[in-house]
Design a protein around this ligand. Structure first.
Ligand code: NAD
Length: 477
């Protein structure tokens, strides 16, 4: 078993102040795969003190020197993609092929996109010609607490760490206690790249321990948090006492509006997207709204596609769905599927229980419900598992009303071959991101939500600005 009890503080791996072992469970077999330590107040204090001490020099480092270190990091990260893919696969159950192609590579994708933005980012610029000497300085906020979830570990870690580092902030990363191995490997890479001691620190811990110690710490200037809306609410309240800057990336309940004129692959694409990463994505299109004219056909297609999704061990090569992350999540998903049945939705694929032949491990059946209405629990709550709800609608107005009738506002999707309708929908949907007809939003596009999905924007220039304090000066020569 892997033993990794140390934390990365002030440029070195150090023992925790007090022993507090925590087993990381491999969701594929429910066995411990690693032992780490959960930190306490003394570890949190040491990491914050290191970040605070390193801040003045890091802030004063020329942006091109900070960028050069990120370039070095990218080189190292890419050379260790396989190690990263293996770590993520073991800790959170992503099938190894998917872990290589999507999970691990999401990190290099973000580092590269940040580098492009960083090279053109204006750290200082004049106000305008009419007011000579008036300048805008984009300065780092200071010491940042970066708190991440387990579902796309390197996606979230790189979005935060690289945005903060380029801005000139120093930081303490607390990864999810479910997925610490990938973050510890990332810390090794930061060390090898040569970031100065104290710029980047890592302390493992849980939410009530290191998480809340960081969010209430007097010397932390900003919290960048990705996780559940419930934890986001608690963190916002705690942060209010010290008036820290808080950037939140929270849950979602995305609508995927499929009009009668959608392309023929739209339904299949929507089902597979919902099941990707075993449904554990904040931007998963979990509510498929289908126009009545094509409803019966869409339901049939969705049932067939879900039935064709194979479920298997993460260690096996190929395209299939792995387990969900842990027992709590497994039980929550089972309860949700039962609720769907009890509240009268029509089960057309999957259901409660494990898939045939997978009796050990947190495996869930790819599940689809038809005839869902938007008041049902499965349409309102984030399930975070491979469960799709299909909801019929008649008119465009009705689809907008249903799509927006949710406390969340992260990502919505539109499938139509009518460009005028696509444009109207893009305007009408209250979400931080809208994707049409399966098109990607492009490199470096901002990621973030509205309403209870949060207030942050990560990636690209917005992901640097999230860590920036704007200073307005006069008399600059
Ligand atoms: P979670 O909220 O339980 O935990 C996330 C992180 O916060 C973990 O590191 C955890 O230890 C820590 N934490 C928990 N309570 C805390 C507290 N009171 N104070 C400080 N830290 C605390 O979420 P999770 O189960 O790890 O992740 C799944 C959730 O994350 C889903 O709701 C998902 O939608 C959301 N998510 C959002 C995005 C996005 O960009 N919007 C991306 C990925 C995941």
């Amino acid at each position: 078993m892997i033993e990794k009890r140390q934390f990365y503080i002030n440029g070195a791996w150090v023992d925790p102040a007090e022993a507090n072992d925590h087993n990381v469970i491999n969701p594929a077999n429910e066995e411990p795969c690693a032992v780490i330590s959960l930190g306490g107040q003394a570890d949190t204090n040491a990491a914050v003190a290191a970040a605070k001490a390193a801040f003045p020099a890091w802030m004063a480092t020329a942006p091109e020197d900070r960028i050069a270190l990120v370039e070095k990091l990218l080189e190292i990260y890419e050379s260790r993609n396989e190690d990263m893919a293996q770590a993520i696969s073991i800790e959170m159950g992503a099938p190894i092929s998917m872990s290589r192609q999507q999970q691990a590579t999401s990190g290099s994708y973000h580092i590269r996109a940040f580098l492009e933005e960083a090279r053109k980012f204006e750290f200082a610029h004049p106000m305008d010609e009419a007011t000579p000497g008036s300048w805008i300085m984009n300065e780092p906020i200071g010491v940042c607490a970066l708190i991440t979830p387990w579902n796309w570990p390197m996606n979230q870690v790189t979005l935060k760490v690289i945005g903060a580092a380029i801005a000139g902030c120093t930081m303490v990363l607390k990864p999810s206690e479910e997925s610490p191995l990938s973050s510890m490997l990332f810390a090794e890479m930061m060390h090898e790249a040569g970031f100065p001691a104290g710029v980047f620190n890592l302390v493992n811990g849980d939410g009530v321990g290191v998480g809340s110690q960081l969010t209430s710490h007097a010397d932390v200037d900003m919290i960048s948090f990705t996780g559940s809306s419930r934890a986001g609410q608690i963190i916002s309240k705690v942060a209010a006492d010290t008036l820290k800057r808080v950037s939140l990336e929270l849950g979602g309940k995305g609508a995927n509006v499929v009009f009668a004129d959608a392309d023929e692959k739209a339904v299949k694409r929507g089902v597979l997207h919902c099941m990707n990463n075993s449904g554990q994505s904040c931007n998963a299109p979990t509510r498929m709204l289908v126009q009545r004219d094509i409803y019966d056909q869409a339901v049939e297609t969705a049932a067939q596609v879900a039935a064709s999704v194979e479920v298997g061990a993460p260690s096996e090569e190929g395209r299939h769905m792995g387990p969900v992350v842990n027992e709590v999540q497994f039980n929550k998903i089972q309860d949700m599927i039962q609720k769907g049945i009890d509240e009268g939705a029509r089960l057309i694929a999957g259901g409660v229980g494990r898939p045939d032949g997978l009796n050990r491990g947190f495996y869930v059946k790819p599940t689809v419900f038809a005839d869902v209405n938007n008041e049902m629990t499965i349409a309102r709550e984030e399930i975070f598992g491979p469960v799709l709800s299909i909801i019929p609608f008649d008119t465009e107005e009705e689809s907008i009303a249903i799509a927006n009738d949710t406390p969340y506002g992260l990502t919505d999707y539109v499938q139509t071959q009518d460009p005028a309708r696509a444009n109207r929908m893009i305007r009408a949907l209250r979400a931080g991101m809208v994707e049409t007809n399966g098109q990607s939003r492009g490199n470096g596009a901002p990621f973030g939500g509205m309403k209870q999905s949060g207030n942050g924007r990560e990636g690209g220039k917005w992901g640097i600005e999230d860590f920036i304090e704007v200073k307005s000066v006069s008399g600059w020569t």
